[in-house]
Design a protein around this ligand. Structure first.
Ligand SMILES: N[C@@H](CCC(=O)N[C@@H](CS)C(=O)NCC(=O)O)C(=O)O
Length: 219
């Protein structure tokens, strides 16, 4: 029987990978349904029912259709929470709040600074064949340095972002940082030893390792 959960979009897409990491962390069965970007399938009427912005990922659990990768991730972690896989910490108000804080930091501080470097150095050259816009990269790296100082200070205090436990907030950093590490700017992380050590611990998680192997680099 086909698994009840469906994720729409390829595993190499960063926002799809964010969802898949959560599924792998909880060990849920799922079906990955490809969306053909060359045929603009993401804008097709069928897909717009799943994601009204015509984007990936989309997610289906029976009659429930969801979009927005972070919201989908939270749904999965809530539904399949166990004592071994408790990545939202909703049983503890303060811990859950710290997971929320660092999830917001990833979405609104870290990702907007780091992702343009990934688009300019990895994704646009691979998909559109366009050269890297160095001005965009330089401006983004400057913002990223400021953000990494905050991460460094936090990870000097605790092993992971929300506390001394791995959480959804850590996982969310994985997809774009994974591709950032394939750019010429990866050595930037060496300047932040606690961030570097945290990243290496994240990369050692079995779910992350599995996804990293599937996110075939776009070259
Ligand atoms: N905030 C959304 C962003 C989704 C997004 O940007 N998806 C991109 C691929 S990574 C997409 O579908 N782009 C195609 C398009 O906009 O037509 C999420 O986290 O799910």
């Amino acid at each position: 029987m086909a698994p009840a959960l469906k994720v729409f979009g390829p595993a190499r897409s960063t926002n799809v990978a964010r969802v898949l990491v959560c599924l792998e962390e909880v060990g849920a069965e799922y079906e990955l349904v490809d969306i053909d970007f060359a045929a603009r399938e993401q804008k097709s009427p069928d897909h717009l029912k799943r994601n009204p912005f015509g984007q990936i990922p989309a997610f289906q659990d029976g009659d429930l259709l969801l979009f927005e990768s972070r919201a989908i991730g939270k749904y999965i972690l809530r539904k399949y929470k166990t004592s071994d896989a408790d990545l939202l910490r909703e049983g503890d108000l303060a811990e859950a709040a710290m997971v929320d804080v660092w999830t917001e930091v990833e979405a609104h501080q870290y990702n907007p600074a780091l992702s343009p470097v990934v688009y300019e150095c990895v994704i646009y050259p691979a998909i559109h064949g366009t050269p890297t816009n160095q001005r965009v990269v330089d401006e983004s790296l400057e913002k990223l340095r400021k953000g990494l100082e905050v991460h460094e200070a936090r990870l000097w205090e605790s092993a992971s972002l929300a506390g001394d436990f791995a959480s959804f907030a850590d996982l969310n950093h994985f997809p774009y940082t994974f591709y950032f590490m394939a750019t010429p700017h990866a050595p930037l992380f060496d300047e932040y030893p606690h961030v570097k050590a945290w990243w290496e611990r994240l990369m050692a998680r079995p779910a992350i390792k599995k996804l990293a192997a599937r996110m075939a680099l776009l070259n």
